[in-house]
Design a protein around this ligand. Structure first.
Ligand SMILES: CC(C)(COP(=O)(O)OP(=O)(O)OC[C@H]1O[C@@H](n2cnc3c(N)ncnc32)[C@H](O)[C@@H]1OP(=O)(O)O)[C@@H](O)C(=O)NCCC(=O)NCCS
Length: 331
């Protein structure tokens, strides 16, 4: 049976215990706390323990989301994991590892990779499964251990990222709201600006790729910055327009937490006040697909998401990709 609306019935997050402050990075590369703070707004980030992989982080967030919703793992129909740092380079899917560890024995499971836009892509995808009537309980997880693909000799990238996971449980409901509109975008002509050049089918792992440090993330920061400051506000404006709303109708914008300057720029372009834009980039850095769900969890826990609130979730990342969802809180 089809359902008219989807709702977020539960939410959870997990951040590894270990905190790495900017001062520690000063020991590794030629950088400074002042440079990192002023160029990105980042003060500290979390680093997964040696024994932790992406599925371990995702599992903890998913367990919290199920607990929050009061739903048993056996009731979950689908586990959807947004990640670009899976436990294994090719397979099995990280989603299957989480499904097994949860005890979600009745669930299908697959990964989605839209990098930092991944969670918003996955949320929009999962909503379709709920609205079509195909699923009653869908776990949507954004989980990353980005610090494992960072080149700790490259000061232009290693200072910006961190590890984490966030999850939501989606269910059908008769209460109006949920996903009002979305924008999913991609411009593959910018693929070269943010990539891991080695270890895939184009440039398989070899002694040479390892020696050339090609298994680490490479980024043209200026190009990505330019892309982000334009696309992020544009995607929010377009999705609002599709919902028949204006920026002033937004109660809270939850943007991808990559850089405080990008967040501020988007807020300015959309004429949103500081209070209407959530930020925790100072504490976690860029956690890629985990960034939006972790921010959503913290916004809810801080009482910033009230019944019927109109929330915007927006992200951008490698691909290049972008995604925006307008969600009315009907939980
Ligand atoms: C990476 C970023 C913070 C750099 O900020 P910026 O103001 O553009 O800085 P620039 O790239 O112009 O670099 C300025 C100088 O600082 C230097 N620099 C770069 N990283 C540094 C660091 N960690 N510490 C000190 N100096 C650094 C550069 O080498 C450059 O020196 P140069 O002028 O001698 O070449 C910014 O471009 C950015 O945020 N881009 C988007 C990245 C992003 O969000 N990626 C994830 C997408 S999901």
């Amino acid at each position: 049976m089809t359902s008219r609306y989807a709702r977020i019935a539960g939410w959870g997050k997990y951040l590894p215990e270990r905190i790495m402050r900017n001062a520690e990075l000063e020991e590794l590369v030629d950088t400074s706390d002042e440079w990192i703070r002023s160029r990105s707004g980042i003060v500290e980030r979390r680093i997964a323990a040696d024994h932790e992989a992406t599925s371990d982080l995702g599992l903890r967030a998913a367990q919290e989301a199920l607990h929050c919703a009061g739903v048993d793992a056996s009731e979950v129909d689908l586990v959807l994991v947004a990640t670009s740092t899976p436990d294994y380079a090719f397979f099995p899917p990280t989603a299957s590892l989480i499904q097994e560890a949860l005890g979600a024995r009745n669930a299908g499971a697959f990964d989605m990779n839209a990098v930092c836009s991944g969670f918003v892509y996955a949320l929009v995808t999962a909503t379709q499964f709920v609205l079509s009537g195909a699923c009653k309980n869908v776990l949507v997880i954004g989980a990353e251990v980005f610090t494992r693909i960072l080149d700790w000799q490259d000061r232009t990238t290693c200072v910006l990222f961190g590890d984490g996971a966030g999850a939501v449980l989606l269910q059908p409901t008769d209460r109006p709201g949920g996903l009002l509109s979305s924008v999913l975008g991609s411009d593959g002509s910018g693929a070269c600006h943010l990539l891991v050049p080695g270890g895939g089918s184009r440039n398989p792992a070899s002694h040479q790729t390892v020696a050339a440090r090609e298994h680490y993330l490479r980024m043209n920061g200026r190009e990505v910055f330019r892309f982000a400051i334009n696309r992020m506000p544009e995607a929010v404006a377009t999705s609002l327009d599709r919902a028949g709303l204006r920026p002033s109708d937004l109660d809270l914008l939850i943007p991808h937490q990559a850089n405080q300057r990008i967040i501020d720029w988007a807020a300015k372009r959309l004429e949103l006040s500081e209070e209407a834009v959530f930020s925790n980039v100072a504490r976690y850095g860029n956690t890629s697909a985990a960034s939006v769900p972790v921010a959503l969890c913290e916004a809810i826990d801080q009482g910033l998401v009230r019944p019927n609130a109109i929330i915007g979730m927006v992200a951008f990342g490698a691909g290049l990709t972008w995604a925006s969802a307008i969600w009315q809180w009907n939980t």
